[in-house]
Write a protein that binds this ligand. Structure first.
Ligand code: SF4
Length: 415
């Protein structure tokens, strides 16, 4: 049966949901208070951060960005390196580069004012259909629906959509769009998300307290606990390799900067060897190392889960009195694909970045990619543009449990 034809939904009272929202709306750092006008810059910033990332993870980053760059003009004028460093730990780093590019577009082409139409919003770098709809609804009160994991769950249940996610996303978006009222569409979009966060929770939804339960197809059929359906998880391949953390007499650590373009563009990492099915032997690791030194393998392994694979890294540490004059970084390339593929956090906004970022790194191994190298003081590492997995590697090498790992989500694991 076509879900949209469910008679109970033909007259879904937006008013009931809005009345509930007026009492129970969440207080979020990027959300205006009742009666205030939404700031399109804040809405856009939060929506980009919430792609693939949860509300809980985003709050700290959002506040930091807003305090450093309170307006789109200041963000557009900021060096990309600083934006990437401030983004470090949030994952999906293409978002940060697109954020910076979009800020420049808004300043240079729109005089610093965000365009108030879906058609113009969707042309901004990093803004896809779902994000443009969310910004249009929340910032400009236009009749669009904002899709995050909460809204998707509510809609899948309201319409008893049995097609598994993520295939059902387009259908859910279409169904949600059909519910948007002419008045207060922005609040309606946020009400759907808040209902999913507070009442229509993944497990044990509080259907008896739900303001739209009389219109809910899943509740009517007793299916609320099994929807939305998820596809069976595929086994992810395991890749293994070695990382090389060098520290000089002053405590500075050797990092390699990625080229600006391409995967993980502009981010930092310690030198890495190629990734394969097995760890390199101690002899092989010495060949992969960026320079000759007394490399010592640290106890433990860094494990990191990505969308399409698992990564395990053995970590080698060298303490050097003098910085070497020649550093070999040609093995750092294979980390690109893996480190860029799944740093997000399931449960956030509907993803709009490509999830499949190319072949697994084994297909790239051996391609020389000399990177810019630098020595970064240990105290500056937490503020550097290091992706989460690289932070874990350095933390294991240096036995570091401090701010380097704050926001990284997990710690390096011991075998
Ligand atoms: Fe969700 Fe239950 Fe409300 Fe349906 S009735 S929308 S399943 S909380």
């Amino acid at each position: 049966m076509a879900a949209r034809q469910d008679s109970r939904l033909s007259d879904l009272p937006a008013g009931a949901l809005l009345a509930w929202y007026d009492v129970h709306r969440r207080v979020l750092p990027w959300r205006e208070l009742p009666g205030e006008r939404a700031d399109p810059y804040r809405v856009w910033l939060s929506e980009i951060m919430l792609q693939q990332t949860t509300v809980q993870s985003v709050g700290r980053y959002y506040r930091e960005f807003l305090s450093r760059w309170p307006a789109v003009q200041s963000l557009a004028a900021a060096p990309l390196d600083e934006v990437l460093a401030a983004w470090a730990g949030l994952g999906y780093y293409a978002r940060a580069r697109n954020l910076h590019r979009a800020a420049k577009v808004v300043v240079e082409e729109f005089g610093g004012e965000f365009p108030a139409s879906f058609e113009e919003l969707v042309k901004l770098p990093g803004v896809g259909t779902y994000t443009a709809g969310a910004i249009a609804a929340i910032a400009f009160d236009l009749p669009f629906v904002a899709m995050d994991a909460n809204a998707e769950r509510v809609l899948a249940r309201l319409f008893a959509v049995e097609e598994p996610l993520p295939k059902a996303k387009a259908r859910l978006h279409e169904l949600g769009h059909g519910l948007v009222p002419q008045t207060r569409p922005g609040d309606f979009a946020q009400a759907l998300m808040d209902l999913g966060a507070a009442i229509c929770t993944p497990k044990k939804p509080a259907c008896k307290s739900c303001p739209v339960n009389s219109h809910c197809a899943a509740f009517g059929r007793g299916m609320q606990e099994i929807l939305p359906r998820k596809p069976e998880k595929a086994l992810r391949p395991l890749r293994r390799g070695a990382a090389f953390v060098a520290r000089d007499a002053s405590g500075a650590v050797l990092l390699v900067k990625r080229p600006e373009n391409g995967l993980l563009g502009g981010m930092l990492q310690p030198p890495l060897g190629p990734w394969a099915e097995q760890f390199p032997s101690a002899e092989e690791a010495l060949v992969q190392a960026p320079f000759s030194a007394a490399w010592k393998k640290r106890l433990g392994i860094v494990r990191h889960g990505f969308t399409h694979f698992e990564l395990e890294i053995e970590v080698y540490l060298a303490e050097v009195n003098r910085r070497p004059s020649h550093i070999h970084t040609c093995h750092s390339r294979p980390s690109d694909a893996l480190a860029s593929r799944g740093e997000g956090n399931p449960g956030g906004r509907t993803p709009e970045m490509p999830d499949d970022l190319g072949p697994l790194p084994s297909a790239r191994e051996g391609r020389p990619s000399p990177g810019i190298t630098m020595w970064v003081a240990e105290m500056d590492l937490p503020r550097s543009a290091l992706p989460t997995v690289m932070r874990k590697i350095i933390a294991l090498a240096l036995n570091h449990e401090g701010p380097l790992l704050s926001g990284a989500g997990t710690k390096a694991s011991e075998p």
